[in-house]
Write a protein that binds this ligand. Structure first.
Ligand SMILES: Cc1cc2nc3c(=O)[nH]c(=O)nc-3n(C[C@H](O)[C@H](O)[C@H](O)COP(=O)(O)OP(=O)(O)OC[C@H]3O[C@@H](n4cnc5c(N)ncnc54)[C@H](O)[C@@H]3O)c2cc1C
Ligand code: FES
Length: 508
């Protein structure tokens, strides 16, 4: 049985990724890239092509972040977005956003073809479909936006599945690929151009004078002229208050062998809960991947229920599939839905950051790499100003920012008021959750051997109470999306410090 209930994606099982040694010395490099996902590796690739000495450092293994858990549609169709972008930023900027993303699709296609990279790259149209009248109205507004922006499209009134719809808007000239096979090729080229990659090397701080020093947990330091932070959630905030400007959303995916006919195309619903559908090469057979059920991290309720929802939807509305893989992952969303790409703050112009891809990082991570490469090389990037992290847009940022912070305050108070209803002794092997212990509520996980790993649930970022994520055996914070392993170690920031460990045998 291929299913891995501990958060594994089909991509991982079907790609060969090399191991790289940890950094074992302090040294100089031209550019330090922190983070080995699509954003960091593409930036390293582009800079290496320009002759710069690039060092990529990765806290865990490369391609173990969100890039491993993506659906990997390579498209400029990011849900219903262009109508909203025209409203908030005007036609010119909305068109630039489309151009940057479409150029990323075309660049990936061209690179794969020129280099002959075997990565299951396929050209497809991207379908956005509406099943209700309110979403049809949104879709019609989006269609008008496509017309204003001159985006090539066609429409349809039915889908090639049993999903009843009111209409579909189809963007031409899009694609999909196997993200890990693609990036494994890119990694080899980075190395062949003289780049260096270090895994199990966690960056913990940045100091800046003439050079910029990135300090590792191990104590080693990389000094360089530029630093790129491509860690999804920026590991270093530089008082940029990113936690108050990024919302973290988790989604679920199921996949497996598809025994029906493949109609081609990649599909996304306008209605909630969202549904994302694509087909792919599954070990020589045709596979289907269905995603959706997104929610703010730490606020999603029963995780297995989301997986069941996707399985039920697939069997009832799409067709015959043997769904053996299931996983979930998270990505960051900015206040105004455009990514943050550029100097982390005005005070640190040579420390660049790229985040907030709203679950569209295959193209946005690629375009971020292109923009940051230009910025490092000093090439004028006027059209990229709209992504400057220090931008301030009154509408909709203020409203959305206030909502985000009110939501955090609510979660902070709610977490403090809640108490566990079960005793630690009642926790079965292989289970975790909030439990009563010694007159207080703590977090505990009992492994299969009966050993208890217990933690103080107070998030080390800003003090909200973490919730148990049963599908991935992690503690997830509902405020800004930090995640912690059962032993308290940080899995995702903004938190930098682990949860406090409680020894339930001793700490009475
Ligand atoms: C369910 C889901 C489906 C998606 N589907 C699509 C899709 O169909 N199409 C699309 O375009 N996008 C999609 N996305 C979005 C896309 O996958 C992400 O935007 C993209 O993978 C982000 O890549 P990244 O390189 O920026 O971050 P990551 O892949 O998360 O890489 C960041 C890396 O930084 C490392 N790191 C973190 N902290 C440190 C530190 N202190 N020191 C060193 N290293 C560190 C991490 O270990 C990680 O490997 C989806 C996202 C989700 C959640
Ligand atoms: S992530 Fe901010 S309080 Fe937990």
């Amino acid at each position: 049985m291929e299913t891995n209930h501990e958060r594994e994606a089909y991509w991982r099982d079907s790609a060969k990724i090399k191991d790289f040694p940890a950094l074992d010395e302090s040294r100089q490099t031209d550019v330090t890239v922190v983070g080995g996902g699509i954003t960091g590796l593409t930036t390293a690739y582009l800079l290496s092509q320009k002759g710069l000495r690039v060092t990529v450092i990765e806290a865990s293994e490369i391609l173990s972040g969100t890039t491993r858990y993506t659906t990997a549609k390579v498209t400029a169709q990011h849900g219903v977005i262009y109508d909203e972008l025209i409203e908030h930023f005007g036609i010119e900027k909305a068109r630039q956003f489309f151009d940057h993303n479409q150029q990323a699709v075309d660049w990936i296609r061209q690179t794969v073809q020129q280099k002959g990279w075997d990565c299951d790259f396929e050209d497809h149209e991207a379908w956005l479909y509406a099943s209700s009248t309110p979403s049809l109205n949104k879709l019609l507004d989006e269609q008008k936006a496509y017309e204003k922006l001159d985006i090539p499209f066609r429409t349809a009134s039915t889908l090639p599945f049993d999903i009843p719809i009111k209409g579909a808007l189809i963007m031409k000239n899009q694609a999909q690929f196997h993200p890990l096979k693609y990036l494994a090729h890119m990694t080899e080229e980075i190395i062949s151009m003289g780049g260096q990659i270090h895994e199990h090397t966690k960056a913990v701080d940045i100091k800046e004078d003439d050079d910029i020093q990135v300090e590792m947990e191990s104590g080693h330091v990389l000094s360089s002229q530029h630093v790129v932070i491509a860690t999804s959630y920026p590991f270093w905030d530089a008082a940029g208050l990113y936690f108050a400007r990024l919302e973290v959303e988790r989604s679920y995916i199921v996949s497996g062998v598809w025994t029906g006919e493949d109609p081609g195309g990649m599909y996304l619903s306008v209605d909630s809960p969202s549904r994302s559908i694509r087909f792919y090469d599954h070990d020589g057979k045709r596979g289907i991947m269905v995603g959706g059920d997104g929610h703010k991290t730490g606020q999603g309720g029963e995780h297995h229920q989301h997986i069941e929802n996707l399985k039920e939807f697939t069997h009832a509305q799409i067709g015959p599939a043997d769904l053996t893989y299931e996983w979930s992952a998270q990505d960051n969303i900015t206040l105004d839905k455009l990514p943050y790409i550029g100097s982390i703050t005005n005070r640190h112009p040579r420390v660049l950051v790229a985040t907030g891809f709203r679950k569209w990082g295959m193209t946005q991570g690629t375009m971020a790499a292109q923009i940051m490469t230009d910025q490092i090389l000093g090439v004028s990037t006027e059209s990229a100003e709209m992504y400057e992290p220090s931008r301030f847009k009154a509408n909709p940022s203020i409203k959305q920012g206030a909502k985000l912070n009110a939501d955090t305050a609510f979660e902070l108070v709610k977490g403090k008021l809640e108490s566990a209803s079960v005793d630690l002794e009642q926790l079965s092997p292989g289970k975790g959750g909030s439990v009563k212990w010694n007159g207080k509520t703590i977090g505990a996980y009992r492994d299969e051997t009966g050993k208890v790993l217990a933690v103080d649930l107070t998030c080390t970022h800003m003090g909200c109470e973490c919730n148990w994520n049963e599908s991935e055996n992690s503690w997830d914070c509902p405020c800004h999306g930090s995640r912690f392993a059962v032993d308290g170690e940080v899995l995702n920031g903004p938190a930098l410090k682990p949860l406090k460990v409680i020894d339930t045998e001793k700490d009475r």
